[in-house]
Design a binder for this molecule. Structure first.
Ligand code: SF4
Length: 326
């Protein structure tokens, strides 16, 4: 039995491939793409059906971050020209959520730069925005606010937060190459805290940082071990002024293989393609679903524009898929 046959058999009984099998998968040549997609499409349909999760974000507090993540335009350590502003008002966040719902998003996430949100005034704004969204906006309420302290996360959950997003970004082994200002273990702990509070947890990473396939496999194993519910997948879009500004984009086929790897290692989870989709996948964007993704971000990313939400909705319809409702 070859690796794809083995992966399909395991995935259909909700079992992911092992790291050893994943290395065998990673070694498949680009010419095997159609064979890979025929398997991952079947696995996605088996576990996640024909519905696509659409999520949207607002950059609620931008720039001025004291961390040094080498891919990020929001670090204060680099001159990137990215917008820098303090926490938006609750009214602005609610307006952004309403707009996301109009664009067809099912999940809406409030995202802030920085290690964590901890100022009382900022937490109070988030509580007010979440409570109002719960009352009058038809979206699932998510937030990405860094390595949040448990007490703050509990307050936000009480106000209406349903999901928490915190990416591990890459493998523990490769992490020191992309961030030196905090430890990987702190990110893992943030994910554990959110899980322990019963929140739906989205945690994934960014690919194209110079990591190897072994790093990608290690990251997927860590996410599996943490029991995350959804895996956001970002591809590097090199930002001027960051240490990775001269990084080259991945090929579209490599991006599709990364999505496929995640689907085969975490067969029953949500896999959501987020930042860097357009510049890395170009005309192969519609193939993300055959590769195993069952969700994508629509609208703008944190510091770069996304394509028109209408084009994404049309793409989904043309593929015979449909946005997942609430
Ligand atoms: S990824 Fe987050 S923590 Fe890292 S520099 Fe950017 S805003 Fe700061």
């Amino acid at each position: 039995m070859n690796i794809l046959e083995k992966a399909l058999e395991k995935a259909l009984r909700s079992e992911g491939i092992t790291p050893g099998e994943a290395r065998e998968f990673a070694a498949l040549p680009d010419s095997a793409l159609c064979d890979i997609l025929s398997v991952t499409d079947r696995v996605r349909r088996h576990h996640r059906g024909m519905e696509v999760n659409l999520c949207s974000i607002v950059n609620a507090k931008s720039g001025l971050c004291r961390e040094d993540c080498s891919f990020c335009a929001q670090s204060a350590q680099y001159s990137t020209g990215a917008p820098a502003y303090p926490m938006d008002s609750a009214a602005a966040l609610i307006g952004a959520a309403e707009n996301a719902a109009l664009n067809g998003a099912r999940e809406f996430s409030i995202v802030t730069s920085g290690t964590r949100v901890e100022k009382e005034g900022d937490v109070a704004v988030l509580e007010a925005a979440l409570a109002a969204m719960k009352e009058r906006v038809g979206v699932e309420r998510c937030a990405s606010l860094g390595i949040l302290r448990r007490g703050v996360l509990m307050r936000l959950k009480d106000a209406g937060l349903q999901s928490y997003h915190h990416n591990l970004e890459t493998s523990r082994s490769f992490f020191p190459n992309i961030c030196t200002t905090h430890a990987y273990g702190e990110d893992v702990e943030a994910v554990r805290t959110a899980k322990s509070l019963g929140l739906f947890v989205c945690s994934g990473g960014i690919f194209g940082l110079g990591e190897t396939w072994d790093d990608r496999i290690e990251l997927a194993s860590t996410l599996d071990g943490l029991g995350v519910d959804s895996v956001p997948v970002n591809f590097l879009n090199p930002r001027p002024g960051t240490p990775l500004e001269h990084g080259s984009n991945l090929t579209p086929v490599e991006c599709l293989k990364i999505i496929a790897l995640l689907r085969l290692m975490l067969p029953a989870k949500d896999i959501v393609v987020c930042g860097g989709r357009g510049v890395n996948l170009r005309d192969l964007q519609p193939l993300i679903f055959a590769a195993g993704a069952n969700g994508m971000m629509i609208g703008n990313y944190l510091t770069t524009p996304g394509r028109d939400a209408k084009d994404d909705l049309q793409m989904i319809k043309d593929l015979g898929l449909r946005p997942r409702g609430l």
